[in-house]
Write a protein that binds this ligand. Sequence first.
Ligand code: PMV
Length: 362
Amino acid sequence: MNKATVNNWLKEAITEVPSSFKGEHSWQSPSNIALVKYWGKHGNQLPNNPSISLTLSESKSETSIKYQQHTGNQPVLKFYFEGKENTAFGEKIFRFLQSITDYFPFLNQLALTISSKNTFPHSSGIASSASAMSALVMCILDLENKLKNDNTIDLQKASYFSRLGSGSASRSLFSTAALWGKTNFLAESADEYAIPIKQSIHPVFNSYYDSILIVDGGTKSVSSRAGHALMDNNPYANIRYAEANKHTQELFRCMQSGDLDSFIQITEAEALQLHALMMTSNPAYILMQPNSLKAINAIRNFRLETKVPLCFTLDAGPNIHLLYPASEREKVLSFLQSELLDLCANKLWIDDKTGNGSSKIN
Ligand code: PMV
């Protein structure tokens, strides 16, 4: 990324907060599902390979930030999650705020009450860091705008700071789909922030479904932070990064043309490679469960028999994301009800699809 842009953010940072400054802003931001996976990082949250994701609409975080000027020299924070004060999350958010005060020095002069909740069910195993961190960053940029008397949110800046909170959060801001990480085929791509790709891809993706089978709603046994770190000594790391680069270019091309056969082939290969990397880490670990494999086999048989362009992907967990175009909705739902529902914990699944990215609530 252009160093001048970052220097400019530093130069234009707001240092003074009027004593009367107080108010509240709320933003919602969705989760996203990676098609080409980001797995392995370096430096300050920089990805070892580019990734592409679909932006979801139903699985999202809603975050509100109440603020008031105070005379101290660091932010004062109370953090509520799902209506209850949560000091563990609060400490994490506080550290994040402190880490960005060079760019947002006004935070040091604010007492903040941040309340966040997710629309997806508790114990669904759906990671919320992408939606939560991007919603929080949008609230902070909105606050900065209020101090500047400006209304325009700079999405590149929003993605840059969301990335510092959680890598995948950089992709949650944009409608329909996003690409994060430097590629040699898109000059505007960057490791420091994600870019929107909706305008370049086929309209079939404007309403693409992601029906998420909750195979297990428990928290993961290995965090994604630890998983990224294990890539540093993974013997297949370099092969993986070459594969991910190739997949990014191929997937982008078939998303442009709407070639769903290639889309399916690359998307499933990516999901399985992510889990193969976990199985080849040291220590090795397995996040898929017997029902994840049963679902994968059932999906592949269904596709073979019916020619319906349904495919699966997985995040860093056992849950299966069913991806399909809106035109196949009825057939996929009846397949889900008859063959997949029994593989879900408490028959739980989440009905999601591509959506519009982050937006202001009030
Ligand atoms: O953003 P993180 O650090 O939670 O990592 C996300 C990693 C995956 O979800 C497995 C893949 C991805 O690209 O979202």
